[in-house]
Design a protein around this ligand. Structure first.
Ligand code: ADP
Length: 322
């Protein structure tokens, strides 16, 4: 449905997007994830045809966005960041205006406008002025504007920024619902957001793609090792000796040596091995009191941070060698 091939975007000498390629299938909900300034908006603006790539090709439903912009753009509904709306219009007037801009035919306009008002839950405010409505409503109005031409593809730039938790939940539910009939790309710097909504995540950093995966795969890949935090009475520093035969332990680090004789350790283990039972038994046998024993659950957040840090380390190495 969307094919991005070797795309680079330069602003003068600055390379904002550096030779990225990816493919999005029909019906997928894909998250473009990365820290601020990574290049998410630039990528979206190129896909929507607002800015032209310096190099490379983008095709939307088989149409090249540069060579055949009209056909390509017809398939896209775009919700830009920061909900730019006409505040002095009513909700319905704005959506009708968007329908005109997108050249929705007169015969279809009334039905489309009513449909999107229903879809985005705006019935009760459709005749109110936009300026009097909350940010949550404004976000939905912007989404209705993107949807009114019944596009196959929806592109949503930071759709939950500035919303309160209730509004965030509503927008996420709406995106999931829309995902049943649309291909969706959304950008976010919020990791839990993409893991909840998206089937695929494209992680972008400093204009480069550093990973493309499902949220689950991403977690698994970067979570080969688990960590156990152990606080234990270990005045004689015996822990390492007594647990040395437990299978699956890769590393034991003493992170705190307290004056009361307790010590805090971080034990690194292989991903799918849970050593807690055995660890508990060995410590109990030595009559060493355990004050705390817990595994750390790696989240997508960890995965993301790890990926970014790994990338940084590799860059440091390259710099060091040159
Ligand atoms: P994100 O959406 O991930 O926050 P952007 O795509 O907005 O990132 O920006 C990527 C990089 O390109 C940033 O370093 C930004 O400062 C730069 N950039 C974006 N637009 C322009 C522009 N029109 N001129 C120069 N630099 C730009």
């Amino acid at each position: 449905m969307i094919q991005v091939k070797n795309v680079t975007k330069q602003y003068g000498d600055f390379i904002a997007i550096d030779n990225i390629s990816f493919h999005i299938k029909q019906g997928e909900i894909v998250g473009l994830l990365g820290p601020n300034g990574a290049g998410k908006s630039t990528t979206m603006n190129m896909i929507t045809g607002f800015i032209e790539p310096t190099k490379g090709e983008i095709s939307i439903g088989g149409y090249d966005i540069t060579k055949n912009p009209k056909k390509a753009k017809q398939q896209i509904g775009y919700m830009p960041e920061g909900v730019p709306l006409y505040n002095d219009l009513t909700v319905k007037e704005f959506i009708c205006y968007m329908a005109d801009l997108k050249m929705v035919s007169k015969t279809e306009k009334k039905q489309h406008v009513e449909e999107v008002i229903k879809q985005t839950n705006l019935i009760e405010v459709q005749n109110k002025l936009i300026k009097n409505l909350s940010r949550g409503y404004k976000q939905r109005i912007s989404m209705a504007g993107a949807l009114v031409s019944n596009p196959k593809i929806l592109i949503l730039d930071e759709p939950t920024v500035g919303l309160d938790p209730k509004q965030i939940t509503e927008i996420r539910e709406l995106i999931k619902k829309l995902g049943k009939n649309h291909t969706i790309i959304l950008s976010s710097h919020i990791l839990s957001e993409v893991s909840q909504i998206c089937q695929k995540v494209i992680i972008i950093k400093e204009g480069k793609i550093i990973a493309i995966d499902t949220p689950k795969e991403l977690e698994n890949k970067t979570n080969q090792n688990k960590f156990i935090k152990l606080i234990i009475e270990d005045t004689d520093s015996k822990l390492k000796e007594i647990v040395k035969n437990i299978k699956g332990i890769q590393k034991i680090d003493l992170v705190k040596d307290n004056e009361d004789g307790t010590k805090e350790y971080v034990i690194q283990t292989q991903g799918n091995i849970d050593i807690r039972k055995e660890l508990f038994a060995k410590c109990a046998k030595e009559q060493m009191t355990i004050f705390e024993l817990k595994t750390s659950e790696a989240t997508l957040e960890d995965a993301f941070m790890k990926l970014i840090q790994t990338q940084n380390k590799e860059e440091d190495k390259t710099c060091g060698q040159s």
